[in-house]
Design a protein around this ligand. Sequence first.
Ligand SMILES: Cc1cc2nc3c(=O)[nH]c(=O)nc-3n(C[C@H](O)[C@H](O)[C@H](O)COP(=O)(O)O)c2cc1C
Length: 370
Amino acid sequence: MADTPTGQVGTAIDDRFASAERFTTLRGLRAEAERQLSPSAWNYLWTGTGDERTADDNTAAFDRRQYTTPLFAGISNPDTSTSVLGYDLGFPAFTAPFGGEATFHPDGHLAVGRAAERAGIQQMVPVAASYSLEDVAAASSVASVFQLTFVGEEDHVVEMMHRAADAGYRHICVTYSPIRQWRERLLEDRFSPRTNLAESNFGQGRSDPAPLVELLEFTQPRWNWEQAKRAIARSPLPCIVKGVQSADDARASIDAGAVGLYVSNYGGRTIDRTAATIDLLPEIRAAAGPDIPIVLDSGIRRGSDIATAIALGADAVALGRLVAIGLAADGERGVLRTLELLQQEFWTTLGHLGVSSVAELSPAVFRDAR
Ligand SMILES: Cc1cc2nc3c(=O)[nH]c(=O)nc-3n(C[C@H](O)[C@H](O)[C@H](O)COP(=O)(O)O)c2cc1C
């Protein structure tokens, strides 16, 4: 089963209960990841900022949604495939850009890309990866979106965009300028990005002289929308803007030249007490109009969450912690298994909802819509 690419149209899942796979559920993968990692590496993977209210609410907001399943509505062969930003996806997901990933497994994003390719989805690669953007691009055919932070010297940022284009990436994922994040569990662990993440080759992707870690502090120039718009215009690749959490920012991103929006609060890892992204999605979709592609992350924990996100207006989701957990549990195999289980649960959810294709998902699947 592990060698069977998933995400094909109508993938059969009849053998799922008899699977010889080491991990039969995402819960099992998570337990193994926790066993594999030191407590402080696990805290780096899992925890959010402050009281972790946003991190918790990201998942609670999915849990609050209730489907309705009319009798005899179920279907047996839903199609989980879709097309987003020009990419054909076996199911509507990308792997999210997460940095310092060699903390979880030495193969890092090389393994993530290989697993994503086998699962029929695409990979987003962060500038803070443990491998160079060229090495990640060479590892698979699905390293398509390069995530780059708009901070520091504009020419360096544009240079990185060209480097990504030369390596074969097809989109830039623009992130805003982060500043120091208040992660209390990392403070308690005395986990220092400067030392702990340096050991994982954090930020190998950068070529400019400023170490990436310094960009995360206050020392580098911050950007405004005007500058973002100019850099997007200078980009050799189309850009999507990540971190959109309001209708205003959706409109500003489109105005700045974005070809897609990425609704995200970074899994509650940047600042606490912001809203769950799934709660923000409907107003962002309304502001953006029906045509611009929207990717959403923060809080996806199972296949049914993917259906919820698409039903509320996203075209695809991105998977952060889940993919990091798969990587920590068993490298490429662990990521592939994670993606297979997600695709299979998503398939099952569509079947119960009586939805035969991704495009058919709408708010009508929810109980409160009736
Ligand atoms: C360990 C880790 C490192 C991350 N590093 C980055 C990063 O370098 N750049 C970025 O844009 N997002 C980063 N993220 C955020 C993810 O891309 C994504 O937005 C978030 O994990 C989504 O929430 P979820 O984990 O609940 O799925 C990171 C997330 C994790 C878990």
